[in-house]
Design a protein around this ligand. Structure first.
Ligand SMILES: [Zn+2]
Length: 225
């Protein structure tokens, strides 16, 4: 429901903005440049190759629902971090993880909110953040920590109330603090990767696909992001 209300609010905003700030022409590229690009991708092999590369990236995004795209963008109450724990590395195998680079964690939006250590293959965090995140979505589908259901914060491998590992590697978005007081930013790393790596690539691919083809499906999905 929040998503639908947000979309309606966005549409109303667009209508109002259209009246107040109606564009009279293109901004980044002239009509002539756009026509030339669209002519080239139909005419020259080098341009067709460029188009194919762009569409191979953009098409996977048009297959995702609007709500899925909308929910990929994390709110400001979920920090973004470039390291899980820069000094200690991985909770399981330590600095072995850095044998795979400075930013070694394996992440994918097809495995939401999870990081895999390339050295020991452990998956972090140990809680299922997705239902917790959904429980905290407020106005506009934006996560609000105070709305989220804390009863959903537990290690899914050790869910028992009396289990001493129930709280192990559980991250509510602010990182997991271990018994030594060390903080591990699993969700922040995922959020950084998702927000600042995947989504800009998606928006760029979709916008470029629209530029080259004029197909409004690409422009629409870019606008959702
Ligand atoms: Zn590891």
């Amino acid at each position: 429901m929040a998503f639908i209300i947000s979309c309606l609010a966005f549409l109303i905003m667009l209508i109002v903005a259209k009246k107040a700030l109606a564009k009279e022409d293109t901004s980044l590229y002239t009509r002539e440049q756009i026509a030339t690009a669209r002519h080239n991708v139909k005419t020259y092999d080098w341009a067709k190759t460029e188009l194919d590369q762009v569409l191979s990236k953009a098409d996977s995004w048009t297959e995702r629902s609007d709500e899925e795209l909308w929910n990929l963008i994390t709110g400001q109450e979920i920090p973004r971090g470039i390291h899980v724990n820069p000094n200690l590395g991985c909770p399981s195998c330590g600095r072995n993880v850095y044998k795979f680079g400075n930013y070694p964690w394996i992440v994918s939006i097809d495995r939401p909110w999870k990081l895999e250590c390339p050295a020991c293959q452990e998956i972090w965090p140990k809680n299922d953040f997705d239902p917790f995140h959904r429980s905290g979505l407020g106005d506009g589908g934006v996560f609000r920590r105070h709305l989220a259901d804390d009863s959903l914060l537990f290690n899914t491998d050790h869910p028992g109330i009396e289990d001493e590992l129930r709280g192990y590697a559980v991250d509510d978005g602010q990182g997991w603090v271990d018994n030594d007081g060390e903080r591990w930013w699993f969700i922040a790393f995922y959020s950084h990767y998702c927000t600042w790596t995947v989504l800009p690539e998606a928006a760029t691919a979709l916008a470029t696909a629209y530029l080259y083809t004029g197909d409004q499906r690409y422009a629409y999905k870019a606008a959702v992001i």
